[in-house]
Design a protein around this ligand. Sequence first.
Ligand SMILES: *Cc1c(COP(=O)(O)O)cnc(C)c1O
Length: 421
Amino acid sequence: MKLETKCLHAGYAPENGQPCALPIYQSTTYKYDSTDHVGALFDLSAPGHMYSRISNPTVAAVEEKIAALEGGIGALCTTSGQAANLLAVLNICSAGDSLVAVPTIYGGTINLFAVTLKRLGIECIFVDGDASPEEIRAAFKPNTRLVFGETIANPAISVFDIEKFAQVAHEQRVPLVVDNTFATPILCRPFAFGADIVTHSTTKYMDGHAIQVGGVIVDSGKFDWQNGRFPELTEPDESYHGVRYVRDFGAAAYITKARVQLMRDFGCYPGAQAAFYLNLGLETLPVRMERYCKNAEQMARFFAASDKVESVSYPALPGDPYHQLAQKYLPDGCSGVLSLTIKGGREAAVRFMDSLQLATNEVHVADIRTCVLHPASATHRQLTDAQLVAAGINPGLIRFSVGLEHIDDIMDDARQALEKV
Ligand SMILES: *Cc1c(COP(=O)(O)O)cnc(C)c1O
């Protein structure tokens, strides 16, 4: 099936007389006929839902759909994108380990990696996304357990060279984790370029309507966990009577461990209602992504042509420094998010934003409605000036998230606001 078809049919196939729309299984618990069966669930030797902190039929259908869209073998939904990235890392990193990440990633992920994980004894080593393979290799330490990047960085709008990072990661026998939030599987499927694990904040395009926060981890099933570096996946788990994830779950070792161990312990699993809404968003994702890309490209060209604008970042534009990478990784478009710097720095940026009438000033991105954000005073407020520069953020930078309104209305609004700068 093609992506458009999977968005509608993967994960849930009603049988004769059953509802066409995905049912909401609003239940925390599941009935079993024998103590033996329940015991087998706790031993992970029988399939089935045990408790809705670990799995639920409605959420499972959405997980299967997202795994199908990414070309993975399994997925685990979480209550937020933050929880997805946290679990993706903690599944294979413990105190005393480190990870390598590019500094252009989402501000919330930088906080998580550089501040909170540090308190847990996990070090984050930052290496520039444009670094050479030698430089990336040099950043590794013997205790490095994974590499992390974002397909399209938020808000620098740089394109991550997935293949380059995957090659170095694999040479060092560690997996590459890619946050694919902005691209969505409609525009890029990182597994095809060597990524091993994909994460998403489903809060953005996947949900698409700004109605709820959510996340997901997807496993390609391709990484060799038996290379001697991941004992947590090959040695017995004492919290499950000696289950060995690779031996017992094969290619699904990583995603099974994330669910039955970390999700069991941290409990950040979404409810059935949340999964139902996410599924509605997924059903129309391909149609929406196509329009986002079309509208954003027109807005990028509009801003690039304005004498009030210093620079525009949108990799679909031929002059963009990431245009070549975009042609390779994002041939169908670069999503609806672009960034621009208005001449006149921070003050001009604020005047432009405050003059917008249709586009809303909000802490969100990849919304169905056009919205703007000033990263230096909002999402990236906690970063130092040096960190801002490393993340590709000028104090005058505006993140412009193009919505699905008619292009003429979005453009008229931007035009009148630019006139007031
Ligand atoms: C928003 C975002 C996150 C965090 O997701 P939440 O759902 O807000 O927790 C992570 N990564 C990227 C790229 C994001 O845009």
